[in-house]
Write a protein that binds this ligand. Structure first.
Ligand SMILES: Nc1ncnc2c1ncn2[C@@H]1O[C@H](COP(=O)(O)OP(=O)(O)O)[C@@H](O)[C@H]1O
Ligand SMILES: [Mg+2]
Length: 434
């Protein structure tokens, strides 16, 4: 634990502040005094009124009512009281405020009663009549313990919050990294035709600088090269237009990307992806006008979702296997009753699904080993991975789930150990404006 805390402290200065020794208690504690005799009640008030915020009760029910309304740190309880005994009051107070510290005052109680009080987690007991030094000491120690405990409690909560924040930060970083990979592949795609263009421009320059006058053959040579350059420039424009389609936000903006466009881009990314290896990859575009539909979520997110699922599908077995991507458009809302959780099925994000037609249904299916039922509930947890540290971060499916949730979609997994796994993504669709 301390190594974790140390590294957290390095990463975030707020943590080193937090794990430093707790500072001296800043707030005045609240002390509840419960005694049915007026004399001792008044003496206690005089003794403590300058040090703590005081609450006074002359019987059990009043004490409990006060505990329900106020945050009490320490209570002094007389054991022998008319009506509800101090022990009973203690039991109920602990129920309302489990963390409060209690000091019992005893006159001539048996050891049994005292034992009972200690069992109920009274922290101390003093004899009546008490002397001032003893009771002051008992209350001050109980207060310190209480303050320390509440400091520890709030520190633990802060650590928990920071850990959550750190995890969110990691997920964001991973999303940004994959996005970076996608951008890199755009540059890679454009680089091909640019290299051709630059080569031919150099050739033309050379030919032109050799000749002061151009013959028919030279003109033919130049025309031919210019045609190639023109084709490659058109190629660059086409690539940038296509990617810009999915980089732009949503369907209602100009030039949104149709689903088949996105799938085509995915195809190109997957074909050069190192995890493809010896596996077979089949991507079937949506048939006919279904391919024209677009999804109401950022195109980069769709690519990121499908790419993560494809990479998992490739990595699920070292033996060559098949991975298929395809989809369809649903013209009616999803029948959620058909997609119940089972040892081999899991449905996620139902709460945030915008279940209105048209819905786009996309699947990534593999013929790998499947997911054992005992692991299926865990695979979406952040950092859960069955892969070595170099191959797995355990964040992929968490990101997939998060992006789908943000897009008001749902995700279904069906797996059959020994046969393979199908991840199905449902996303709200929109007809492409013509
Ligand atoms: N298609 C699949 N077939 C079998 N297991 C899978 C498949 N997809 C995901 N898993 C399991 O889910 C785990 C978590 O996946 P993921 O969150 O992407 O993290 P990572 O890929 O880094 O391990 C994987 O380690 C693997 O055990
Ligand atoms: Mg993964």
């Amino acid at each position: 634990m301390s190594a974790i805390v140390d590294s957290l402290a390095q990463a975030n200065p707020a943590i080193s502040e937090l794990i430093a020794p707790p500072p001296a208690p800043k707030r005045r504690g609240t002390l509840l005094i419960v005694d049915d005799e007026e004399g001792p009640r008044m003496s206690l008030r005089v003794i403590f009124k300058d040090n703590y915020d005081l609450l006074m009760a002359e019987d059990g029910p009043t004490a409990i009512e006060l505990a329900q309304k106020h945050d009490i740190d320490v209570a002094i309880l007389d054991i022998r009281m008319a009506g509800m005994s101090g022990i009973e009051v203690l039991e109920r107070l602990k129920y309302v405020r489990p963390d409060l510290e209690a000091i019992m005052m005893t006159a001539f109680e048996t050891t049994d009663t005292i034992r009972q009080a200690l069992r109920l987690r009274a922290c101390d007991y003093i004899n009546k009549p008490f002397d001032i030094a003893t009771i002051r000491n008992a209350v001050s120690q109980a207060m310190q313990r209480r303050m320390l405990e509440s400091e520890i409690h709030s520190s633990a909560e802060k650590v928990h919050e920071l850990l959550k924040e750190l995890q969110n930060q990691r997920v964001e970083e991973q999303i940004a990294k994959t996005r970076g990979d996608i951008y890199a592949s755009i540059i890679h795609d454009i680089n091909g035709p640019l290299t051709v263009i630059s080569g031919f421009v150099q050739l033309l320059n050379k030919r032109l600088s050799r000749n002061t006058q151009l013959g028919v053959e030279d003109l033919e040579f130049i025309k031919e090269r210019l045609r190639i350059i023109e084709r490659q420039v058109a190629n660059c424009i086409e690539i940038s237009r296509r990617y810009l389609g999915f980089l732009r936000q949503q369907c209602d903006e100009t030039a949104p990307a149709s689903l088949n466009h996105l799938l085509k881009d995915l195809d190109q990314l997957v074909r050069v992806h190192p995890s493809l290896q010896e596996n077979e990859f089949r991507l079937t575009p949506l048939a006919g006008s279904d391919g024209e539909i677009c999804v109401k979520i950022n195109g980069t997110d769709v690519i990121q979702i499908l790419l993560n699922l494809c990479v998992n599908a490739f990595q699920c077995s070292p033996l060559p296997h098949r991975v298929e991507v395809g989809g369809e458009v649903l013209r009616t809302p999803l029948n959620l009753a058909e997609l119940k959780d089972s040892p081999n099925d899991r449905l996620l994000n139902v709460e945030s699904l915008n279940n209105t037609a048209p819905l786009v249904k996309l699947h990534v299916r593999d013929t790998g080993p499947g997911i054992p039922p005992e692991l299926l509930p865990k695979i979406f947890q952040p950092y859960f991975t069955t892969k070595g540290p170099r191959q797995g971060t355990g964040l992929g499916l968490n990101i997939v789930q998060r992006l789908i949730k943000e897009g008001n979609g749902a995700l279904h997994v069906h797996t059959q150990p020994g046969e393979g796994t199908t991840f199905t993504v449902y996303l709200p669709g929109a007809e492409l404006a013509k």
